[in-house]
Design a protein around this ligand. Sequence first.
Ligand code: GLU
Length: 312
Amino acid sequence: MAALDGLEQAVAEISAEMSGQTDRGKVADYIPQLGGVNPDQFGLAVVLADGRAICGGDADTAFSIQSISKVFTLTLALGKIGDSLWRRVGREPSGNPFNSIVQLEYEHGKPRNPFINAGALALADVILSGHRPREALGEILRFIRHVADDDGISIDQGVAISEQETGFRNAALANYMRSYAMLDNPVEFVLGVYFHHCAIAMSCRQLAMAARYLAFSGRHGPDGRTVISPERARRINAIMLTCGHYDGSGDFAFRVGIPGKSGVGGGILAVVPGRASVCVWSPGLDDNGNSRLGKIALERLSRRMGWSVFGA
Ligand code: GLU
């Protein structure tokens, strides 16, 4: 299969190219536990329609998925309350840093989109309603394990505690939203669920497996089990494309051209509709908080494979 041969070679070559890079960005250290991660790591995994994973570099090393978890909490929140979610959170790019308070004030406590921190707090609140925090977290973890087909996935408690101890800005966002009656549950419960789902640890291979339902119209693969409807998968992909990379979302669309969601742990989860789900990881970040090498690697991969959704 020529196309597949090309892919294996591309993954191997790009992984080798990335190992030689010296300008690797800066590891996030505002969450103290993340500050100690070795920046010299790079992993890449591509999962195809038949479930095969093509991997390079440190694709099996677990890292903190951070904001990538918001893709899964968005899926769960939509599953729970459907389109009424959009009364609680918008779906426009923010053009502001992921933890901006200013925008929230302008917009009366309604977060601009589900992927900025305020939006993800709204998702956590929706998932939490009717549950205790522990049950809500269990639901999130069970869903991720289910879509990844891997029961070994867990929360890194050290990262969760580290963020809980230093998450003053998220606490400010949550309190602010609560003051506008935009959260139904106690602020400390919402924050607890949020910090813990951000602290889930997964490898590139596990994340690429988990995102198959977004690449294949809501199913695990073209012939696989249904997770969500094709329409919902399409819409989540649209939000990933427009809002998935903080205030660097436009540049990601310009350079890479596929839906993706990044996290400050250095991971980027990306979706090539109908073809593949991809995860890349390198802990050093650029000025917008996106993995520096991850973005370069995805740009090269998408270009080599002709994967941009905007045309070959
Ligand atoms: N847990 C991180 C925070 O709230 C997530 C940030 C991110 O990955 O965008 O600051």
